[in-house]
Design a protein around this ligand. Sequence first.
Ligand code: 5GP
Length: 128
Amino acid sequence: MSIFTKIITGEIPSYKIAENENFIAFLDINPNAKGHTLVVPKKEENKLFDLSRDAYKDLMDFSYTVAKALEKAVPCKRVGMSVIGLEVPHVHVHLIPLNKMADIQFAKKVKLTNEEFVALAQSIAAEF
Ligand code: 5GP
């Protein structure tokens, strides 16, 4: 069972932003930039391109909705998108508010307090 499945089942906590029957979005715990969000299919699958075409399209559609909310809630030049999966083998889309090129680089991390995570998740969720 992946760490993201444990978040989906509520076994471990997350700063949740949105959820529907098939997807969940929550803040990345070790963000590249403030507002770095993960969009995850509830059905555990390892690789993005092992999803069915329909599941892929639905994931992109849900990510679109989350990105729109993120762009409204978090000041940035644009929201960037990335799919990697080398750390957690459960499909997830990274949505990252970008102000500079370094914000998309996974070597650069920002530290946030619990209160900042809670406030961020609430402000993004409020944009739905
Ligand atoms: P990737 O698999 O795409 O290389 O990266 C996995 C991402 O998941 C990383 O950005 C990492 O910070 C994030 N991550 C790993 N474990 C957890 C967790 O328990 N909770 C949350 N919210 N994010 C996590």
